[in-house]
Design a protein around this ligand. Structure first.
Ligand code: NAP
Length: 242
């Protein structure tokens, strides 16, 4: 069974990615942190589309939870290989650095950067043995150019971009590619409070993106035909300068 793990698959971009990979024929492990109801909805849509998968709840920022939730699944399923890993779970806690609380720095870094490390390290072991893998990290325009009010988020996403490039060089010989996708403004809960009418003047295509437009890029990197593309960052941002 070909499996794909999507962290933060319960809502937004992660949900669209789960559906895309299920339609591509993967058995999808839908990770979530706390919103089981939303994760169940993702799974129900996968089933409606004729796909298969299961829920896997754990907090990517918590090493022990990752070891238990994901590590135990891997041990219990020695014949099922996670071929595609999408590190999508992420949060933002925007505030100017001078007002930032330690926990706001830690929460954002722990989720995107430490989460990438804990999850990828566990999944990579089997990819190395299988000599195949696709690791796709969802980063951000903010990690490429830096955005004011987001020093924690820019640092976390910039760190994952650098890790993407480093890891791609470590594992390329084993047919494992590591790429990143940097969305701009995408319509999800994360951007709910933003004024699209006001912000679209910054976006050449003049609108926010849909989660499915990011998922399409994930499908591209996940495909076998993308085997000669690694260490790349693909912007999905409607043409904003990055
Ligand atoms: P969202 O709608 O807020 O959904 C976030 C998802 O991440 C949820 O499924 C949530 O699970 C999960 N999550 C958060 N913390 C987690 C943790 N510690 N462990 C496991 N899962 C966790 O966000 P989104 O807009 O879809 O964003 C998805 C990714 O794209 C993020 O990495 C974000 O930084 C990035 N991104 C988004 C945009 C944008 O405009 N939306 C732009 C650039 C980059 P629960 O449902 O259980 O809470």
């Amino acid at each position: 069974m070909k499996c794909a793990l999507v962290t933060g698959g319960s809502r937004g971009i992660g949900r669209a990615i789960c559906i895309k990979l299920a339609v591509m024929g993967y058995y999808v492990l839908v990770n979530f942190r706390s919103n089981r109801e939303a994760a169940e909805k993702t799974l129900a849509i996968i089933h409606e589309k004729g796909g298969h998968g299961e829920l896997l709840g754990f907090d990517v920022a918590n090493k022990e939870e990752v070891a238990k939730g994901l590590g135990e699944w891997i041990t219990a399923h020695p014949d099922n290989h996670i071929e595609v890993l999408v590190n999508n779970a992420g949060i933002k806690e925007d505030v100017l650095l001078m007002w930032m609380k330690d926990e706001q720095w830690d929460n954002v870094i722990n989720t995107s950067l430490h989460g990438f490390y804990y999850v990828t390290k566990l999944v990579l072991q089997d990819m190395l043995l299988q000599k195949f893998g696709r690791i796709i990290n969802i980063v951000s325009l903010s990690g490429l150019k830096g955005l004011p009010g987001q020093t924690n988020y820019s640092a976390a996403k910039g760190g994952v971009i650098a890790a993407t490039k480093a890891l791609a060089q470590e594992v390329g010989r084993r047919n494992i590619t590591v790429n990143a996708i940097a969305p701009g403004f995408i319509k999800t809960d994360m951007t709910e409070g933003l004024d699209e009418k006001q912000l679209r003047s910054l976006i050449p295509v003049s609108r926010f993106g849909e989660p499915e437009e990011v998922a399409h890029a994930v499908g591209f990197f996940a495909s076998a035909e993308s085997s000669y593309i690694t260490g790349e960052v693909l912007s999905v941002n409607g043409g904003m300068y990055s």
